[in-house]
Write a protein that binds this ligand. Structure first.
Ligand code: AMP
Ligand code: MN
Ligand code: MN
Ligand code: MN
Length: 289
């Protein structure tokens, strides 16, 4: 792309999405095909703690008029809370990143076993085996437990599974020490990528805590804030645009699409970045000739 027509205001970006490599419902190929149907020009695959879907997605992207960005969404502990940090435009083969992600996947297995014990005590046996059928050898997510609880008839739907059993502070919730913020941002930067705070409105942080998170994140070398996210209202988007402006963070946009059953995050339906935001993709597109 030439400097003259940059940035192309007509391009549609979706820089946060999931495939069956984590807790999405579509295979990497199906996800790319769906993004094409939704009119996305630039898609980032950002599976939880795993980049194994990238190769397949890249092959599918070559067949259509869509650019694929390698990404990841990393489970991070900040001040004893779980936050999600997205890495964009990473080199998926970077050793420190892969070692860190492998460790997180191990923690997910341990957490899963403990969650299953808690569910068993609540009269729900065999949840680990049930969830693993849904994860199909890939990372083990609470989403897979939720799908099992639905299939086995314990709850009406996935949302209900989180509300009654799996959500933060609910009886089968098991807190875990994920990777620390400075480690996570370090892995992403060492992989040549850019680090972004995912769906900042979803953590329900007070203004003071959100400022602290952003300040810590910046001090670690983080550069982006997901200003437009699939699951948030206009007020949150305006608010996050203001944080991005005030803290000189680049703004990202992502649906957090997980598949047709999780309708809270439709693909291609996000509004454009608010006026005054500096798009995160400038950080990698500016380097292209
Ligand atoms: P985990 O990464 O295993 O802790 O699982 C978190 C994932 O569960 C998120 O990435 C979402 O995809 C999903 N999730 C969290 N809360 C809900 C909810 N209330 N309803 C549906 N899915 C949810
Ligand atoms: Mn998820
Ligand atoms: Mn997330
Ligand atoms: Mn996500």
């Amino acid at each position: 792309m030439s400097a003259k027509n940059y940035p192309n205001p007509d391009k549609k970006y979706d820089l946060h999405s999931h495939s069956t490599a984590s807790d999405g419902e579509l295979t990497p190929t199906e996800l790319v095909e769906y993004a094409l149907e939704c009119g996305i020009d630039v898609l980032a695959l950002t599976d939880h703690d795993d980049t194994s879907g990238f190769q397949e997605a890249a092959r599918a992207a070559q067949k259509g008029d869509i650019e694929l960005i390698a990404g990841v969404e990393i489970s991070t502990t900040w001040n004893k809370r779980l936050v999600h940090i997205v890495g964009l435009n990473i080199d998926p083969s970077a050793p420190a990143l892969q070692a860190g992600l492998e460790n997180l996947r191990g923690q997910r297995m341990e957490r899963g076993a403990r969650m299953a014990e808690r569910l068993e005590k609540r009269g729900i046996p065999d949840a680990l085996a049930g969830a693993r059928q849904f994860s199909n050898g890939n990372i083990l997510s609470r989403t897979h437990f939720a799908r099992y609880l639905v299939e086995a008839g314990y709850v009406k739907n996935v949302n209900d599974a989180f509300k009654r059993h799996l959500g933060d502070g609910k009886p089968a919730y098991v807190a875990s020490d994920w990777a620390e913020l400075d480690e996570v941002v370090g892995w992403i930067n060492a992989a040549g990528g850019v680090a972004v705070i995912a769906h900042p409105a979803r953590y329900k942080l007070s203004a003071t805590k959100l400022r602290l998170l952003i300040e810590d994140f910046k001090a670690c070398g983080g550069v982006g804030l997901e200003v437009v996210s699939g699951s948030q209202d206009k007020k949150d988007t305006r608010n996050m645009a203001e944080y991005a402006r005030r803290y000189e963070l680049h703004a990202s946009v992502g649906s957090d699409y997980h598949g047709p059953a999780q309708s809270w995050s439709g693909m291609g339906k996000q509004p454009p970045l608010p006026e005054g935001c500096i798009p995160i993709w400038q950080l990698w597109e500016n380097h292209q000739s």
